[in-house]
Design a protein around this ligand. Structure first.
Ligand SMILES: [Zn+2]
Length: 186
């Protein structure tokens, strides 16, 4: 069973949180301006040359939060990283007022085998990814976008590619999102 299907209540709350952020930022359609939303949440966003290993970090020190993203990654990966780190901030840091450091590596595809993750860490990574997907690809934005006539004749693969372009996310990210949302065209 997917994380999505096993956690309906969590996803309902996540969807409410995301909709509130989008409405506060006056964002009505894709692409979601992720840096602007992070700043609105009180988080600095900075680009760094991290090298190949690290995609992003979240540093919280003395109530100041900074997201660092890897400028050598692709633009869509940078956007997902910022959204993922913002997910850590909103879900795992904001309420507990203490210094925190999250360092993210290969978090999209799979967890790296050179480190053992605790159950709490695994849940936090899943939640950060879920937050990123919900914020960058809001359900209603996808439904609205798919009403456009230009999508009517597209084969599914091409449709997902086009949606990924509009939402400025990767094709795998859009594929997972559509599957989790149970959005089908027929
Ligand atoms: Zn993470």
């Amino acid at each position: 069973m997917s994380f999505y299907k096993a956690n309906i209540k969590y996803y309902k709350e996540l969807s409410d949180t995301v909709n509130k952020l989008l409405s506060e930022a006056c964002v009505l359609k894709a692409p979601v301006p992720i840096k602007q939303i992070a700043k609105m949440c009180g988080v600095n966003v900075m680009g760094y040359e991290f090298g190949e290993e690290i995609s992003g970090v979240l540093i919280v020190e003395e109530n100041k939060a900074t997201i660092g993203f890897n400028t050598e990654n692709s633009r869509v990966r940078q956007r997902f990283t910022i959204a993922h780190e913002l997910g850590h901030f909103m879900q795992h840091v904001k309420s507990n007022n203490k210094d925190e450091l999250f360092v993210d590596k290969d978090f999209i595809v799979k967890f790296r085998s050179d480190k053992t993750y605790s159950a709490k860490e695994v849940t936090q990574e899943r939640e950060a990814n879920a937050f990123a997907a919900a914020l960058l690809m809001p359900r209603q934005f996808i439904l609205d976008e798919m009403k456009e006539p230009k999508y009517k004749k597209l084969h599914e693969t091409k449709l997902i590619e086009e949606l990924a372009k509009v939402f400025e996310v990767s094709v795998p990210a859009m594929t997972y999102r559509l599957s989790d949302l149970n959005i089908f065209r027929y």
